[in-house]
Structure formats: C-alpha cells, structure tokens
Design a protein around this ligand. Structure first.
Ligand code: ATR
Length: 290
C-alpha cells in the first residue's frame, strides 16, 4: 500500500455530533479511503447545536465532499441543506450530506443500511416477508421506511406509547400493510411474522440483563434482529438463539450506513470487509483503554 499523506489535494469528509468522541466513523472511513488508495480523509467534529448552521456553512466554504451528522443534529440539519432526498424527507432525518460543488443534499442511509446488512449478514431478503418491529423511535423510522420500500408484505409496529406506533404505521401505510399496536396485542400478529426487529434501548449496556418482551413464542422459522450493538449479543438475541431462531446483531446497520455514505461520496463500491475490520479494531482498542 502506498504511503498515506494528507496534502493540498486531499478531499475532506467528517462527522458532526455532540458528543462525537467515541464515534467509530473516522476509523471506518479512513480505512476505506486507504484501502482504495484515495486521497481523502475523514475527521470527527464536536459541533454543538448553536454552531450547527455555521458548521454546515463550513462544508461549503471549505469544500468538504461529504459529512455524516449524528445525535443530536439529524433533524435540525435539514434546515440548512439545499435539497433533501425523498426518503430522508419521509423519515424526517438526515445522517449523510453530499456536497456537489456547493450544493448540499441530505440523505438518510440508516434504514437502507439496515436492510442491506440484514441481506448480506443474515441472508434475509425482506421482499414478501412480514415484519414485527418493537419500538417506534428515531431509529425505527428509518428502518420501517426501508423495510416497506424494500417490499415487505406487512410491517407491524409495537410500542410502549401506542400513538407513536400508529403514527409510524401511517407513514408507511401507502407502501405496505401496516399497523401500530401495543405490546399487549403482540399475540395477534406474532404467529404470522418472519422477522422481529428490536428498536428500543432495552438490553443495551449496562442494562444487559433486560429484555423487552416475553420470547417464549420465538421459533426456528424466525429471524430476530436487534439494533443494539453493545453488547453484540443481547439477551433478546440469546433467547432467540436458544429457541433456534436466526439472529442478526446491530453492528451491521452502523457499518452499512457508512457503506452507503461512502458510496454516495465516492461513487465507488465500498470495501465492506475492511470497514468492518476497522470498526471492530476501534472497539477493541477502546475496550483495552478502559
Ligand atoms: P432512538 O432514536 O434510539 O430510536 P428514541 O427516539 O428515544 O431513540 O426511541 C426510543 C424507543 O425505545 C421508543 O420506541 C421508546 O418507547 P416510547 O416511544 O414509548 O418512549 C422505546 N423505549 C425506551 N425505553 C423503553 C422501555 N423501558 N420500555 C419500552 N420501550 C422503551
């Protein structure tokens, strides 16, 4: 591999977040640039909400090719862009900005990243399948939209606050059969579904012993997917494995949202394996430090 230098021709990229210190995106994207021998670089920028507008102006002023935006900016950033791609508009959040000679377009690669990860990593093709989503928060919106767009036969959404589940079901109602339900109504749909997607924070580190629902109905024909990636195997996934279901962890969604962003910026196929390796290495070195 040739020596990697930042010079006057380097094409800049970055992530804006608050906090952003633990982001694995720089490790992932810089590895991808190096892998393909591109003169490009990616850094993390701690941008507070009051500076977001100026930071977005900075993308234009400094000629960055692309930026990811993360918590808490995914909604507010939409106010400062020139164009918002249709799916990002429907989802109501942007996580990727592409700069075409000063024109900034916002995309959402979280949901499509999730669907691609499901296909590549769990061999699960959403087309014609029935899905049960648990949770209706910000992450769930992108996932629900992408599942519907990909041709899911039905998307049922259960949420503690049922009104939010109904609202999300309405958002995708023109694309697929959908319904918002309470956890008490799970029995009405559980026997029909092929895939369960968990979108809440229940079971996330440090509360690793928590599980959102009773999993005694999980079975061999089911795929269970958890958006949580810390821990890599949640209690929900352990219980799914014990009942013979196929499982899919949350790290893939992070990697593939980055894969799509990389492909939008470079128009080149992303080196997925190298990107995954870089993310895993970043987690290992972080664990080693703490
Ligand atoms: P994110 O952007 O990560 O999805 P969010 O928008 O705050 O975060 O959404 C969190 C989701 O987890 C919601 O579906 C939330 O349910 P409510 O809409 O009823 O708040 C769900 N959630 C969080 N803690 C929960 C708990 N203890 N039990 C059930 N659901 C929970």
């Amino acid at each position: 591999m040739k020596q990697w230098l930042i010079d006057t021709g380097t094409v800049m990229h970055g992530v804006f977040g608050d906090p952003v210190k633990h982001s694995k995106s720089p490790a992932m994207h810089n590895r991808a640039f190096r892998e393909l021998g591109l003169n490009a670089a990616y850094a993390a920028f701690h941008v507070t909400p009051d500076r977001l507008k100026a930071a977005v102006e900075g993308i234009r002023a400094l000629g960055f090719r692309g930026v990811n935006v993360t918590i808490p900016h995914k909604l507010d950033v939409m106010n400062y862009l020139d164009e918002i791609e249709e799916s990002a508009q429907a989802i109501g959040a942007v996580n990727t900005i592409v700069n075409d000679n000063g024109k900034l377009t916002g995309y959402n690669t979280d949901g499509i990243g999730y669907v691609r990860s499901l296909k590549e990593e769990a061999g699960f093709d959403v087309k014609g399948k029935k899905v049960l989503m648990l949770g209706a928060g910000g992450a769930a919106r992108g996932v629900a939209y992408a599942l519907a767009k990909e041709g899911a036969a039905a998307v049922y959404i259960a949420n503690r606050t049922e009104a939010k589940a109904v609202e999300l079901a309405d958002m995708i109602g023109s694309m697929t059969v959908s319904a918002g339900i309470s956890y008490g109504q799970l029995k009405e749909v559980q026997d029909q579904v092929d895939l369960v997607v968990h979108n809440t924070s229940v079971g996330m580190h440090p509360n690793v012993d928590e599980v959102l629902i009773d999993t005694s109905w999980f079975h061999e024909g089911l795929t269970v997917s958890d958006l949580i990636y810390n821990p890599p195997v949640t209690r929900l996934l352990r219980e799914a494995q014990a009942r013979g279901a196929k499982t899919h962890g949350g790290l893939g969604m992070f990697i593939y949202q980055g894969v799509y962003a990389f492909e939008y910026w470079t128009s080149l196929p992303a080196p997925v394996d190298a990107m995954r390796e870089a993310v895993l290495e970043a987690f290992r070195s972080e664990a080693g430090r703490s």
